[in-house]
Ligand binder design. Sequence first.
Ligand code: NAP
Length: 249
Amino acid sequence: MERVAVVTGAARGIGAAVARRLAADGMAVAALDLDEAACADTVARIVSAGGTAIAVGADVSEADRVERAVERVVAELGPPVVLVNNAGIIRDNLLFKMGEEDWDLVMGVHLKGAFLMTKAVQGHMVDAGYGRIVSLSSTSALGNRGQANYAAAKAGIQGFTKTLALELGRFGVTANAVAPGFIVTEMTASTAARVGVEFEEFQRAATAQIPVRRVGYPEDVAHTVSFLASEGAGFVSGQVIYVAGGPRG
Ligand code: NAP
């Protein structure tokens, strides 16, 4: 039987690439995002490649929506044993200009979202005696100017992950974090727009700072998630893997 995976923020960017990759690895995938309709493309691409996928709409920062979403996944695909906490937002500003709302929003999606999703799914993993939880951190966890909220959330994901590894290991469940550097998505495009630099130029400037001399793509992250979500990675838990073209971390 196909293992069931839930990928949050799967409408586009890294989440969409992860959803496609896990489906290619043989999993049935629930592509979850704020707007169910926005996941249509991800689902269509998986199905046309011969895979199984459904679109699920939910805000990961709302407990009742999360619970209903996971119930739907169980009913339509079966109990999930792989969870990828990928949904994310940025609300960048220097600390002295950062509003409380932008702090709460970023914490709500990244940290509370990962907490609620993991809480809703972990019982199914424990029942199965098998589970793989992969959460998206970032090189920003090490500190990044203009990202006090996001850096704190992404560092928080690392502590959350290590604690899950300690608590859930005895049930056959691993938990790991992937910390990407510069990945070409709408998130980095929006940062370029905010600072008033053309995206191509923004990517060139980033490339100069990256040891492998290229920017990252969603598929680079999906490859690492695929490894951590695989059965063979069962002795890797509580780790943070930087996918950044260099050793930053
Ligand atoms: P993206 O292109 O902005 O995609 C993020 C997706 O998450 C969007 O589809 C978004 O939906 C969805 N989302 C936002 N809030 C949500 C919520 N409350 N509930 C459910 N879904 C929600 O971002 P990305 O670049 O692929 O990033 C994916 C993850 O990797 C994030 O956690 C990000 O922090 C992390 N990351 C990215 C980079 C990078 O360079 N791109 C680097 C390090 C880490 P809407 O479109 O409706 O907002």
